[in-house]
Design a protein. Structure first.
Length: 309
């Protein structure tokens, strides 16, 4: 059966990671500083494998290349999206990602626009999102001075928030937040500042100040989100964003839904349990509904974060 591909996640140890991936989702994390769950990934830095059906044990990139019919004959040469869950037990570095044009010229990766659905946030949680400089010269001067308070914009975050982080946006998740991230399939990050902290070997992590300045959007631009809510009395669909990179939605299922399909969907179960096309799913599972599923049938009481092209 190729209607659903259930995926085995990969876990990444990070200097700022913690244990919430185990506490919230029950994952068998490798260490107590596990920062990332690469939940649906065909990126060479962390590949998901298929856990069910005729493609059991194969990597997602292998299935994507060999069976384009499962992905509606997607034109992207490589699998275009990546889903993560991030546990920020400490502040992440102040960072920025390049767009496709810069990445294609300077890396072997895609650009990286991303977005976050906040799964859990402590009471006073915040994030760095954008900067106050109006010109590149002002930006460079504040960076040179290490005047981060005057440069960076800090915003509060709470459970259920959705934040779009287009390429070029200076940003950082901060301590006490857990997010589900949908992004272009890229692992290119430029660190502007990392609080002068050191790793277990006493080494500071590499910074990329020159590249950060080259790719940063100056002045900062915050794009409005035009969220759309639809429901049938029982079930709710919240569309957070739709652009050239991805569409991201939250499906809150309280009964039964059935609809025709010609897409492939990346699906993460963030609460509850139920059935997707007669397959049992529960909190913490990640899967792809392929375009071989000519109908999508959802039954139970569960919440999904869903992305597609």
């Amino acid at each position: 059966m190729s209607e659903l591909l259930i995926l085995k996640p990969i876990f990444k140890e990070r200097i700022w990671g913690g244990t919430k991936l185990k506490e919230v989702f029950g994952y068998a994390i490798p260490t107590n500083t596990t920062g990332e769950c690469w939940a649906i990934s065909a990126h060479p830095e962390g590949e998901s494998t298929i856990m069910n059906g005729e493609y059991l044990g194969q990597t997602l990139s292998q299935v994507y290349q060999d069976h384009p019919e499962l992905f509606n004959y997607c034109k992207s040469k490589t699998f275009p999206l990546l889903t993560k869950i991030i546990d920020a037990d400490a502040d992440l570095s102040i960072q920025v990602h390049p767009d496709d044009a810069y990445a294609s010229k300077h890396t072997k990766d895609h650009g990286k626009s991303e977005c976050w659905y906040v799964l859990d946030a402590k009471e006073d949680a915040s994030m760095i999102f954008g900067h106050k400089a109006q010109t590149k010269e002002e930006f460079m001067q504040l960076v040179k001075e290490g005047n981060w308070n005057d440069l960076l914009i800090r915003k509060p975050v709470k459970n259920g928030d959705f934040i779009y982080v287009p390429a070029g946006t200076i940003h950082a998740l901060c301590q006490g937040t857990m997010v589900l991230e949908t992004q272009q399939s890229s692992d290119t990050t430029y660190r502007l500042y990392d609080y002068d902290r050191v790793d277990s070997m006493g080494q500071k992590r590499q910074l990329h100040v020159k590249e950060s300045i080259e790719v940063a959007t100056i002045p900062h631009l915050e794009l409005p989100l035009l969220m759309m809510l639809t429901h049938d009395g029982q079930n709710i669909n919240t569309r957070f964003i739709q652009n050239q990179h991805f569409t991201v939605e939250k499906w809150d299922i309280h009964d039964y839904v059935q609809f025709p399909n010609d897409k492939f969907f990346l699906v993460s179960v963030i609460e509850g349990d139920g059935m997707i096309n007669l397959t049992k799913v529960s909190k913490g599972m990640h899967l792809i509904i392929t375009s071989e599923a000519k109908e999508v049938k959802l039954e139970g009481k569960f919440s999904l974060i869903v992305s597609y092209l």
